[in-house]
Design a binder for this molecule. Structure first.
Ligand code: HEM
Length: 202
């Protein structure tokens, strides 16, 4: 029983779990069918966004379920989830570059709202992923947390990017995926506001 528990708690098992959505994507790419590049663009973007959303939900979940094991278990693995979000976003970007070829780098393409919001979100992701190792956490010290807060900017840009795809046909799926995070962020604001109010009254 305890060996099953330590197997499930091992970082490699968690990485294997985070990699599951990539298996059909890689199998599709390995098939060599050129149409799969376009088909995989969508799920890779979705999983990048979803893992980012989950990583942002953990702190407010800890506040909501004080003392519960689940959010604490996730908190210990939050960095892995963030890195997975970046890796799916990197795959998504590579697929887009393969799919569009030279057009991807033209002013006409980059000036499209849903394209530049995607690029900006991705550019924010890069330094966050690079500095996610223990060595960087130590090296940056107190500066690490404020840097990681840029993920909120990436989250807003990704929401806009997703919503604006398919001529704003992405609006509803984007809102559905972001709804749990939006509710938890609202709860977090209320929680902090109430704590400050109670401290001031005491
Ligand atoms: C390098 C920058 C990026 C570019 C150029 C890009 C490009 C694209 C393109 C071309 C589509 C398909 C749109 C359509 O056919 O209507 C798309 C969809 C999408 N992208 Fe990106 N993207 C980028 C970054 C990101 C990032 C960083 C995320 C998430 C963190 C993301 C999440 C999504 C999502 C969720 C969709 C919609 C998928 C669906 O409709 O099922 N993208 N992106």
């Amino acid at each position: 029983m305890s060996s099953l528990k330590s197997f499930l708690n091992h970082p490699y098992s968690f990485w294997a779990f985070l990699s599951l959505p990539a298996i059909p994507m890689i199998a599709g790419l390995a098939s060599g069918n050129p149409e799969t590049v376009d088909a995989i663009l969508y799920p890779s973007g979705e999983f990048a966004a979803r893992f980012m959303i989950v990583s942002l939900m953990i702190t407010p979940l800890m506040m909501l379920f004080i003392g519960w094991r689940g959010p604490r278990w996730l908190m210990k693995r939050r960095r892995y989830i963030g890195v997975a979000a970046f890796l799916y976003a990197a795959l998504h970007t590579v697929l887009y570059l393969i799919d569009e070829g030279a057009i991807a780098l033209t002013v006409r393409e980059i000036s499209k709202f849903y394209i530049w919001t995607g690029w900006l979100a991705f550019l924010i992701f890069v330094p966050l992923a690079v500095t996610s190792s223990d060595a960087w956490v130590r090296r940056l010290g107190k500066k690490w947390k404020p840097l990681q807060r840029f993920v909120y900017g990436a989250a807003v840009l990704t929401l806009l990017h997703w919503a604006a795809t398919r001529d704003w046909g992405g609006l509803v799926p984007a809102m559905v995926n972001y709804a749990p995070l939006a509710m938890l962020v609202a709860y977090r604001f209320w929680y902090n506001f109430e704590r400050r109010r109670q401290r001031a009254a005491a």
